[in-house]
Design a protein. Structure first.
Length: 363
């Protein structure tokens, strides 16, 4: 079984960015003049006619050509006795001899521009490289190595279609000093009659309705700090009561269902301190959730990914799959909920959850 090496967060984020650009570049190259030229030249260069001509021009010996034979015969006749006598004596009577007549005919032929041109062509051992076809082949070979062409054929239409099937349906990019209007403090309940902004007596922090939250430098931070306060808290037998806390933090949820029936939730997060964190997709009644942060696989800084469909849920830390379970929320409308907390059975301490971005994709 092949072991998958976990990429660093920086490496994985770079890989994600590259994936986002692959489909865009593929479609650009697909419509480009350079790919059209490549296909045109490929058809020409790979044709039987082209290959036959190249074979002829690169393998035919000069001596086997008509021009080579003509020149060989001319040189042979040049040493014929009758021809030598004709050239020395210049007597017209010698022209009647067959050898002299043939010599004179060849001498006239090889002086013509047409013969000299074709003879020079076939006599040149690198004749192929003087042809327009050679230039076409040269250009084709250049295009084969062209970065856009190499990139294009490194990918398949099926792969690109799969990349294009992921559509961003919701995102929090933390680009301003406030969260988007979709977010609201407190827990998620099916009715406004329920008090959303409260804590739990089983935890050591009160929730402050956003006062422990800041958005700065493209980072959303939930800060758990040591701070005495009295705040509403849910008690399992007494209901909602006022309770004393030694720490404060924050809880947020989206007012709208932001996730499709199947898709991908992804966030880049960073943890410091002793606080624990919940980042999940949940129903309006908050009875069941799909957790982005796997309880036993949390690392201090990573891109966490939750992939779900009607049957299963898969969790990733960067590129590493860490869990695969059955989906308990198949078909439900899902909201996001994010909170930091200090369990009562844990030694308390400050902490911070930093979120660079959150993205949800349909698939």
């Amino acid at each position: 079984m092949q072991t998958v090496k976990m990429l660093t967060t920086k490496q994985f984020e770079q890989w994600l960015q590259e994936q986002a650009q692959i489909a865009i570049r593929y479609r650009q190259v697909q419509k480009s003049d350079i790919l059209a030229e490549y296909y045109t030249l490929k058809e020409v260069v790979e044709s039987a006619e082209f290959q036959a001509k190249k074979q002829e021009l690169t393998t035919t010996r000069y001596a086997d050509t008509q021009e080579g034979s003509t020149m060989a015969l001319y040189r042979q006749l040049n040493w014929n006795t009758s021809v030598i006598l004709y050239k020395l004596l210049k007597k017209e009577a010698y022209k009647e001899k067959a050898e002299v007549a043939q010599y004179l005919e060849l001498a006239a032929q090889i002086q013509t521009p047409e013969f000299q041109q074709t003879n020079a062509f076939w006599k040149n051992p690198k004749r192929w490289f003087t042809t327009p076809e050679s230039q076409q082949e040269k250009r084709y070979n250049e295009l084969v190595k062209h970065a856009d062409i190499v990139f294009f054929f490194q990918h398949t239409e099926k792969e690109i279609a799969e990349l294009e099937s992921y559509k961003t349906v919701w995102a929090e990019e933390c680009e301003t000093t406030k969260l988007s209007a979709t977010w609201e403090t407190g827990f998620l309940y099916p009715s406004k009659e329920f008090k959303a902004n409260h804590s739990h007596v089983s935890e050591q922090q009160a929730y402050t309705q956003g006062r422990n939250t800041q958005v700065a430098n493209r980072v959303w931070s939930i800060i758990t700090k040591k701070e005495k306060t009295t705040a509403p808290a849910w008690h399992p037998t007494k209901g909602m009561i006022m309770h004393n806390f030694a720490y404060t933090s924050d809880v947020w949820h989206t007012t709208e269902a932001v996730a499709p029936k199947s898709g991908v939730l992804q966030a880049k997060v960073h943890f410091t301190g002793k606080a624990k964190h919940i980042f999940c997709l949940t129903m309006a009644n908050a009875k069941k959730s799909l957790h982005l942060l796997p309880a036993d696989k949390v690392v201090k800084e990573a891109i966490y990914t939750l992939v779900w469909n009607e049957k299963e849920v898969v969790n990733y830390v960067n590129n590493m799959e860490v869990s695969r379970t059955q989906n308990p929320l198949s078909g439900e409308a899902l909201h996001l909920l994010v909170r930091s907390y200090l369990p009562e059975n844990q030694k308390a301490g400050t902490g911070q959850l930093d979120i660079d971005w959150v993205r949800i994709y349909s698939n």
